[in-house]
Design a binder for this molecule. Structure first.
Ligand code: LLP
Length: 472
């Protein structure tokens, strides 16, 4: 089929997908600010820029594929979350401070830790590696929370020794283990207990975490959470500061949090009645959604903060409890929108009547989310503007697997050619942190761009890096 086979409309119109790509966008050159980071735009030549640098220059200097992170946007998002949780003027909880713990699993590096420290955020880590990164970059230990459903003795010892601000307990065994380690080290460790409140979050099964039949947390049902509290309160090595709930990820409405807060506060009421103790803190976890495509419409931090505060105040008023200090743990909502992945187009394979497969120089090794969660992404030609007609495309990687899809359905201009640069926005969260060496791919660098300066904060892997681990 020739490239002009459908002069009046998008090519392959007979196989148009459902959902956000049911029709091509009016202007393929437009970079929707909902999905691209704040400083992204196009220069007079039509080349996309971030932080004042164009993507062709970035590709020349750092190569492709690469993650390009908009540092100003990252910092602005940290500040927005921090400000929002300081308490709205005139709103419920005005002036009441709350803590924002950035969830390091979304993406962590020493530079990120320094930005968080400077912007007044705390940090949630869930492994020895994340803890080591946080401490190496100077995050004060009291601002760190340790998570995980199977923390090793070594991880617990390291965290207690370092003096982390809290350990979030996830099982009965761990309650005993942390108490024992803390006592042995002559410390009293501040802890929270993570409970599952039985909420069905409206998200992919693999990233929903508040229903009972899963590995995280201690169920509220059957009195298990109450029993966990009973045990923790008895142990000298532990200072129980609160209850934790995380209901899942990529959630857009606050109704799930409403149910979670209702049940968490209900437990606080039971604890007061049984033990005469009002626990001073609650943590409602992370999970706030971001825009991966123009169809997604996430809430702003101040709207989320207001909604959560209102819920907690209402529930506490009803239960006759003093309002506990609130904390939240956004990961994706802070880092997700701040980066895009830049790829070079290789093969462009048109399958007549179906779609065009656009192969890039990365794939499931730098973004597993499409294969793993059916995640939707957007994509744009960024090394030039184009007035060609829209072409229904599937952006695929170079791995030996047909499920190696980066963007399942997208419109790209029909004049797309090998050597063009395309970029996938909103890849700041869970892409580099879940990257693999499948097919011995070298994991791409993360380049921070700000005010006309670009620098690698995580360098590209080399063949030497790969071979260093292969001891022969
Ligand atoms: N707090 C806890 C206890 C968590 O388990 C998580 C995420 C977060 C906070 C941060 O959630 P966020 O705000 O980033 O959604 N790999 C999946 C996401 C797994 C999230 C695991 N826990 C993905 O790519 O969507």
């Amino acid at each position: 089929m020739s490239r002009s086979a459908h002069p009046a409309g998008p090519r392959h119109a007979d196989v148009l997908p459902e959902g956000h790509y049911a029709a091509p966008p009016a202007d393929l050159n437009q970079l929707d600010p909902r999905v691209w980071s704040r400083t992204v735009g196009r220069n007079a030549d039509g080349v996309a820029t971030v932080g004042g640098i164009d993507v062709k220059t970035l590709a020349e200097e750092f190569g492709t594929p690469g993650y390009f992170l908009d540092e100003a946007d990252f910092r602005a998002r940290c500040r927005a979350w921090r400000e929002a949780f300081k308490g709205e003027k005139g709103g419920k909880g005005e002036g009441e401070d709350a803590d924002v713990f950035y969830a390091g699993k979304a993406f962590l590096s020493r530079a990120v830790v320094r930005w968080l420290t400077e912007e007044g955020l705390n940090l949630d880590v869930c492994s020895a590696g994340e803890l080591a990164t946080a401490l190496a970059a100077g995050m004060p230990a009291e601002r760190i929370a340790l998570h995980g459903n199977n923390k090793s003795t070594g991880e617990i010892e390291r965290a207690v020794e370092a003096g982390v601000g809290r350990i979030v307990l996830d099982s009965f065994q761990e309650i005993a283990r942390v108490a024992h380690i803390a006592q042995r080290l002559g410390k009293r460790q501040r802890v929270q207990i993570r409970i599952t409140v039985g909420v069905e979050a409206h998200t992919h099964e693999f990233i929903a975490t508040a229903h009972e039949d899963q590995k995280f947390g201690i169920p509220l049902a059957g009195g298990l959470a109450a029993e966990a509290v009973r045990r923790a309160l008895k142990l000298d090595g532990l200072e129980l500061i609160g209850i934790h709930s995380h209901i899942g990820s990529q959630i857009f409405d606050t109704s799930g949090f409403e149910v979670a807060a209702h049940r968490v506060v209900g437990l606080l009421g039971e604890i007061r009645d049984e033990h005469g103790v009002e626990l001073p803190e609650i943590d409602l976890g992370g999970g706030l959604g971001i825009a991966y495509t123009s169809e997604d419409d996430p809430r702003e931090p101040h709207e989320i903060a207001k909604a959560l505060r209102d819920i907690v105040h209402r529930e506490c008023d009803a239960a006759g409890l003093a309002v506990p200090r609130l904390s939240v743990e956004p990961g994706r909502a802070i880092v997700g929108p701040t980066a895009f992945t830049l790829y070079e187009v290789g093969t462009v394979k048109e399958l007549p009547g179906l779609r065009t497969y656009v192969s890039v120089d990365g794939g499931m090794s730098d973004n597993i989310r499409t294969a793993l969660y059916d995640a939707e992404y957007s994509v744009a030609l960024v090394s030039r503007a184009s007035t060609a007609e829209p072409m229904l495309s599937r952006v695929v990687g170079k791995h030996c697997e047909s499920g190696d899809i980066v963007v399942r359905d997208a419109f790209l201009p029909a004049d797309l050619a090998p050597g063009d640069l395309i970029a996938v926005p909103a890849t700041g969260a869970y892409c580099r942190s879940m990257a693999s060496n499948y097919n011995h791919a070298l994991r791409p660098p993360v380049v921070a761009v700000r005010d006309g300066q670009a620098r690698e904060i995580v360098r590209r892997e080399t063949e030497e890096d790969l071979l260093r681990l292969d001891v022969g």
